[in-house]
Write a protein that binds this ligand. Structure first.
Ligand code: COA
Ligand code: AMP
Length: 635
């Protein structure tokens, strides 16, 4: 652990020298003289006077360095039966051309562009084309419904929205364009043009605001990369907070490029020329950082996968891709392996594939349950690294940094703080907890490069949401503890954010939709443990007096309104009518206590509870309705 300890200590004791050294790993147009400074909001900013271009680092730089013929991107799409490859030169040319499309639509540096696309090469091309001209992209996950898309349109106020005629979910063709049209109807911001990529599986109808992707691309004037300031925004990525309104996490160019390049070396042990595969979606932070930017900035080949780990066509898809693409480093969410394990418990399908290229498997996005961890170690025979981070940080906070020192992995732990992150566990009194004592997991300020400097258009929300709980620290929203060897264990969110099959959602967002049902007087949505998805939401509802609806009809109506207003991936399938909701005397709903009951965990009922008898009522209702692990225990 010596090399790790010395890097970690230097990163905390002398962050400016540490990060100046790391900044030399990337090709700046103008190297920064200022390493750490403070902005008008009082936040630490990195490399403020440096200039660079992220798309140049990801593409042109490698062409200039003689890697032009190396594969930059492999697109593997079992759902369309397609495989395509792009060398660094080919991808650079496609990106330069599409940057010309954006310029032809009047997009200039600082303008926002929303990208609402499935997992196709055009999504990567569009992101890099924005970066090339200094436009700010905001990728919206294709599973989000029109209402969610509209709220992002209103917040980001884009000049252009890029979409495709459809996405493909196993065998279902999901038409995107009608959802974009519906989002336009719902949004207040109207002055955006829409570029539509027509896919062969379904043709979109176009109207007055719409342009054809291929037509514009054919006529486009290729654009060179422009120099942008290190603290200029590269992208906005909306994520769920504690309220219904998503937060626009802002990422800047300079700190992001340096942090990602460092992470590829220190955490993933990746070298230029390696094949790196993150099986996630470009709509999530994992997709931004480890499908697109980090592998390409490092000169790795990245794999873009359009499909599912099972059913496309079976549970061998991951093994086939590792084999055929010769993947060296693989990263995905544990929920994907739980799905594979369910279909193929003995991993028998692995036998027909050669996965010897694989050096390390990384998992993140949600807690890895020990049985899945041990299954992976046994079946794959490579180190399995569980690492922990979030949209806000943009890169891992805790990991086994295999590029610095290979440490032991422990089931259930996300290992040690990555250099740059001073992770601590604090109690309500802001004091450090002892070994193995649970508390709030926080990061001492300043945050290292790459982490969010603000929330788009709402710095107060940043201050309030992340800096107000423990003065001098960034509040991650996760609870956990540290063991005697300094390993961190994440025990789950302490706020109203839930994680459903690796998808982050806020219960507040779901409650807004549930509460809109005409028969519902009051409701609470809680995330309860689920063996396959990690967590699933359950809505507890109090019906209005005289509501004339059957439980089945109400369940059906609420489930379909969540699919319509948020998206099917929210997985809200269970609605439990209750006579009362447990509350404090001041009227605060006791969500954490309800979660503990559903999960069969111990809890201390707060002294301020209105009526303790409600908890027993709730427990019985969950058991009788077969909801949660508490019900399983009683089977
Ligand atoms: N567009 C439209 N619909 C989508 C969608 C998308 N991009 N993604 C999911 N959905 C739909 C699914 O089709 C499904 O619909 P259905 O109820 O009509 O069958 C529903 O949402 C539930 O989806 P999900 O819970 O994701 O289940 P799944 O079987 O489709 O996929 C996994 C299972 C494990 C493959 C998937 O959840 C996954 O990839 N999770 C990891 C997410 C991730 O990468 N997180 C980042 C951390 S690494
Ligand atoms: P997201 O911003 O969507 O990446 O979600 C971040 C949240 O997912 C974190 O705050 C954690 O609650 C959870 N998370 C991510 N990685 C892990 C992990 N390895 N173990 C436990 N929880 C995780």
């Amino acid at each position: 652990m010596d090399k790790y300890r010395s890097a970690f200590q230097q990163s905390l004791n002398d962050p400016a020298t540490f990060w100046q050294d790391q900044s030399r790993r990337i090709a700046w147009y103008q190297a920064p003289a200022s390493i750490m400074s403070t902005d008008d909001n009082g936040n630490a900013r990195w490399f403020a006077d440096g200039t660079l271009n992220t798309a140049y680092l990801a593409l042109d730089y490698h062409v200039e360095e003689g890697r032009g013929d190396q594969l930059a991107l492999i697109y593997d799409s079992p759902v369309t039966d397609t495989r395509a490859t792009f060398t660094f030169t080919e991808l650079r040319d496609r990106v330069a051309s599409f940057a010309g499309v954006l310029v032809s639509l009047g997009v200039v540096k600082g303008d926002r562009v929303i990208i609402y696309l499935p997992m196709i090469p055009e999504a990567v091309i569009a992101m890099l084309a924005c970066a090339r001209i200094g436009a700010v992209h905001s990728v919206v996950f294709g599973g989000f419904a029109p209402r969610e898309l509209a709220s992002r349109i209103d917040d980001a106020e884009p000049k252009v929205l890029l979409t495709a005629s459809c996405g493909i979910e196993v065998n279902n063709i999901i038409a995107y364009k009608p959802m974009v049209d519906e989002a336009r109807r719902l949004a207040s911001h109207q002055t955006w043009q829409c570029v539509v990529l027509q896919r062969p599986q379904c043709r979109a109808e176009t109207g007055a605001f719409d342009h054809d992707w291929q037509d514009l691309d054919a006529a486009a004037e290729p654009q060179p990369p422009v120099a942008v300031g290190a603290t200029d925004p590269l992208y906005i990525l909306y994520t769920s907070g504690t309220t219904g309104k998503p937060k626009g996490v802002v990422r800047d160019h300079g700190g992001h490029a340096v942090a990602l390049r460092y992470s590829m070396h220190a955490i993933y042990g990746a070298l230029p020329g390696d094949v790196f595969w993150a099986a996630s979606d470009v709509g999530w932070v994992v997709g931004h950082s480890y499908i697109v930017y980090a592998p390409l900035i490092t000169g790795c080949t990245t794999v873009l996968f359009e499909g599912k780990p099972v059913r496309t066509p079976d549970a061998s898809t991951f093994w086939r891709i590792i084999d055929t693409c010769k993947v060296n480093i693989f990263f995905t969410a544990p929920t994907a392996f739980r799905a594979i394990r369910k279909e193929d418990p003995e991993a028998a399908l692995l036998a027909s594939h050669d996965i010897s290229s694989l050096r390390t498997l990384f998992v993140a996005g949600e807690r890895t349950d020990p049985p899945t961890y041990h299954w992976l170690v046994e079946k794959l025979g490579v180190p399995v690294v569980d690492h922990w981070w979030q949209t806000e940080t943009g890169w891992p906070i805790c990991a086994n940094p295999v590029g610095i020192d290979q440490m032991d992995n422990k089931a259930g732990s996300v290992a040690v703080p990555v250099p740059g992150f001073d992770v601590q566990v604090l109690g309500e009194d802001h004091l450090r907890m002892g070994v193995r004592e649970e508390g709030d997991v926080v990061i001492r300020l300043p945050l290292p490069p790459g982490c969010l400097p603000t929330v788009w258009g709402n710095h107060e929300r940043f201050r309030e949401g992340y800096l107000s709980q423990h003065p001098g620290f960034y509040h991650t929203g996760d609870g956990g503890y540290i063991d005697e060897e300094g390993y961190l264990y994440i025990m789950g969110r302490t706020d109203d954010v839930i994680n459903v099959a690796g998808h982050r959602l806020s219960t507040g967002e779901l409650e807004e939709v549930v509460a809109n049902h005409p028969a519902v007087a009051e409701c609470a949505v809680i995330g309860i443990e689920d063996r396959e998805k990690g967590q699933i939401p359950v809505a507890l509802v109090l019906l209005k007096d005289g509501a004339n609806i059957t439980a089945e009809a109400m369940q059906q109506e609420i489930v379909s309104s969540v699919r319509r207003d948020i998206g099917a991936f929210a997985n809200l399938k269970r609605i439990l009518p209750v006579a009362r909701l447990p509350k404090t005397r001041s009227g605060k709903i006791l969500r954490r206590v309800m979660r503990c009951i559903a999960d069969g965990r111990d809890y201390d009922p707060p002294a301020t509870i209105d009526d303790p008898a409600i908890l027993e009522e709730l427990r019985t209702a969950l058991i009788n309705n077969n909801i949660g692990l508490i019900a399983e225990e009683h089977k």
